[in-house]
Write a protein that binds this ligand. Structure first.
Ligand SMILES: *[C@@H]1O[C@H](CO)[C@@H](O)[C@H](O)[C@H]1NC(C)=O
Ligand SMILES: *[C@@H]1O[C@H](CO)[C@@H](O)[C@H](O)[C@H]1NC(C)=O
Ligand SMILES: *[C@@H]1O[C@H](CO)[C@@H](O)[C@H](O)[C@H]1NC(C)=O
Ligand SMILES: *[C@@H]1O[C@H](CO)[C@@H](O)[C@H](O)[C@H]1NC(C)=O
Ligand SMILES: *[C@@H]1O[C@H](CO)[C@@H](O)[C@H](O)[C@H]1NC(C)=O
Length: 338
């Protein structure tokens, strides 16, 4: 054996050992930070102090004044005046068509709410923002709520803690939050103007069971949330999102919200967040509910990233894609979108 190959072997092994040491220390560090946050008060206060700085832009007076509030009277007996909003979010130019069609689908059913769209400035190009405005959304620039340090999160959900901002919109009495990959196909005004929820309840009023592969529940899905804003709850959340040891960070804000509101959340029927994976794993439910579903949630694929139905194999998934496509074509036929 030549000297040269001996040297190569040595250096190769050496590299291997370095990698083991490095990854070992990474996991040690990760475990240490994620499990000890709640017990080490000095770390907790460090994080809390920084959060106060990071979110100092949220000004209670401002959030009571700055949205394009529309006063609405919902209860005919008491003629109580309320302010209602549907909120969605765009963090990426790729989602523009989803947001346009969602906006159209809401105006089509004459939604009784202000339409507010979160975006993170410097992320989107001006053309995207103009198209969102044209689709009926009032644009609201929000600060990104960063995931906890060392969080290990499913790639797609990195920006999703930002949606917690809805709890700070205290000028509104009730907010329906919809992910950008949802579509409203029938009237849902009852969620906003109905009296199925106590007006004095704060926090999360309703959400729909999550569908993960073959399982339905017990967690709820965070793509459709009916909430009542509350600044106390918002500020409390910003601190508790760091308690990853309690909820595990993989599912980002959805994991967090399920932990935070454990046991105190009204469950809405599946038709209000009809997850398209139901078509794959629960065909019986799909058949039973397909004529009644009101909000479709495209989690398995994004309909705006699919141009031909032959990119999908399952007939039910094709049917759901066609519903989006039809809505998209209807939208293009309206004069207010060019
Ligand atoms: C807050 O975090 C920043 C980094 O984002 C860091 O530079 C700063 O020292 C932190 N503040 C405190 C009070 O520790
Ligand atoms: C919050 O915003 C209002 C209205 O712009 C302003 O008058 C007030 O000084 C702000 N408060 C803080 C603490 O920045
Ligand atoms: C909405 O109602 C509030 C009272 O709740 C009132 O002060 C405000 O002027 C109203 N705004 C509009 C645009 O009518
Ligand atoms: C907000 O939520 C907290 C905690 O649930 C509750 O005590 C408080 O009354 C609520 N309302 C306001 C306006 O803070
Ligand atoms: C859009 O309008 C064109 C003609 O203006 C019509 O041919 C087409 O069928 C319409 N599409 C939909 C989805 O209504």
């Amino acid at each position: 054996m030549s000297v040269r190959s001996c040297l190569f072997l040595l250096s190769y092994r050496f590299r291997y050992i370095i990698i083991i040491i490095l990854s070992g220390s990474f996991f040690f560090l990760f475990n240490w930070t994620s499990t000890s946050i709640s017990t080490r008060t000095f770390i907790k206060s460090f994080i809390t102090n920084n959060l106060t700085i990071q979110h100092s832009l949220i000004n209670q007076t401002l959030s009571q004044q700055q949205f394009p509030f529309t006063n609405r009277t919902i209860n005919i007996k008491t003629t109580r005046i309320v302010r209602l909003a549907v909120v969605s979010a765009i963090y990426n130019d790729d989602y523009i068509e989803g947001i346009e069609v969602l906006g159209y689908s809401l105006r089509r059913i004459n939604i009784q709410a202000d339409l507010i769209l979160f975006y993170i400035s410097n992320r989107l190009n001006q053309l995207t923002l103009n198209r969102c405005r044209k689709a009926g959304w009032y644009l609201w620039s929000v600060e990104r709520i960063n995931p906890p340090r060392f969080a290990i999160i499913y790639q797609r959900f990195h920006d999703q803690y930002t949606k917690l901002h809805i709890w700070s919109m205290i000028g509104y009495d009730r907010i329906l939050y919809l992910d950008a990959d949802t579509l409203v196909i029938h009237d849902i005004n009852e969620l906003l103007t109905g009296t199925i929820f106590e007006d004095n309840q704060d926090g999360l009023l309703g959400a729909v069971e999550d569908v993960w592969q073959g399982e339905i529940g017990p967690n709820f899905n965070a793509g459709v949330l009916l909430i009542r804003p509350n600044m106390t709850i918002f500020n409390d959340m910003l601190i508790k999102i760091h308690n990853m040891a309690a909820y595990g960070s993989y599912w980002a804000e959805q994991g967090f919200l399920n932990w935070y509101f454990k046991g105190s959340t009204g469950r809405l029927p599946l038709i209000y967040n009809f997850n398209n994976v139901l078509a794959i794993y629960h065909h019986d439910i799909y058949i039973r509910l397909r004529d009644r579903m009101k909000i479709i949630h495209y989690t398995a694929y994004k309909p705006f990233h699919i141009t031909k139905s032959n990119q999908l194999s399952n007939p039910a998934l094709i049917e759901l894609w066609n519903i989006w496509r039809q809505m998209h074509d209807d939208m293009l036929n309206q004069s207010f979108i060019s």
